[in-house]
Write a protein that binds this ligand. Structure first.
Ligand SMILES: O=C(CO)[C@H](O)[C@H](O)COP(=O)(O)O
Length: 235
């Protein structure tokens, strides 16, 4: 089963178009993944065709294909290791700008690209704003090797933090989902995550965990699409 997706496409489009105001000529941009990020990439492509000069680093093969098809010049973190700005979606965002990401399965590249960026702007529909993270199952990217042991280690680490819940190996089209990096994803339904920092630290200490979908201290701006416009939140 693929992780639950929620939201409203008009709100996603408004959020994506609102993020264009953050883009300046000459910028090196991280290009996120997912439906909201796809709206942004298409809108950015239109600006490029009108003469905007930017280069983009895509966070997934899907985004690379889309960005190429709309005329965005692409580069890599090997050629451009320091980016000005990443614009990406999220599955949840709380009032402290902590995120759950990875519903689309691109969280590892998304986190690498966001970490290489001076600024991260998150674009979301209003339903993604939450008081406490965790209603959306937390995606955890894991190496296929040793999967059973990794799963038990995740369960034990979570239990020590008072978190329990189903750990589902993500499926797509009847097969185990494989990320762009050749890994699998465990969607962890812990419910409310009162201490995301402690969970992030515990998950990062497990060898078979390649990355987890908690993005903490990364986003500084959120552009929230609403039915009557956009709201910009900053910290
Ligand atoms: O983290 C992601 C992909 O790995 C996406 O940004 C997240 O799942 C939000 O996607 P959407 O805009 O389609 O709701």
């Amino acid at each position: 089963m693929t992780a639950k997706v929620v939201g409203n496409d008009d709100e996603r489009l408004r959020a994506a178009e609102g993020a264009l105001d953050e883009v300046r000529d000459g910028m090196k941009l991280g290009l996120g993944s997912g439906r909201t990020a796809e709206h942004f990439v298409k809108a950015l492509g239109a600006r490029v065709r009108d003469g905007l000069s930017i280069v983009g680093v895509p966070t997934s093969e899907n985004t690379a294909r889309l960005a190429g098809s709309v005329g965005i010049p692409l580069t890599t973190l090997d050629e451009q290791p320091a980016l000005d700005l990443t614009v990406d979606g999220a599955d949840e965002i709380d009032r402290s700008f902590r995120l759950i990401k990875g519903g689309g399965g691109a969280l590892l590249r998304e986190k690498i690209v966001a970490a290489a960026s001076a600024k991260m702007v998150v674009i979301v529909d209003a339903g993604k704003l939450v008081d406490t993270l965790g209603a959306f199952p937390l995606p955890i990217e894991v190496l296929p090797f040793g999967l059973g042991a990794t799963r038990i280690a995740i369960e034990s680490a979570a239990t020590r933090l008072g978190l329990t819940g189903d750990l589902a190996l993500r499926q797509r089209d009847g097969r185990t989902f494989v990320t762009d990096g050749g890994h699998h994803i465990i969607d962890a339904s812990f419910g409310r995550i009162p201490d995301p920092e402690a969970l992030a630290t515990a998950l990062s200490a497990i060898p078979g965990v390649m990355e987890h979908g908690l993005f903490l201290n990364m986003a500084s701006v959120a552009i929230v699409g609403r039915d009557d416009g956009v709201e910009k939140l900053s910290r």
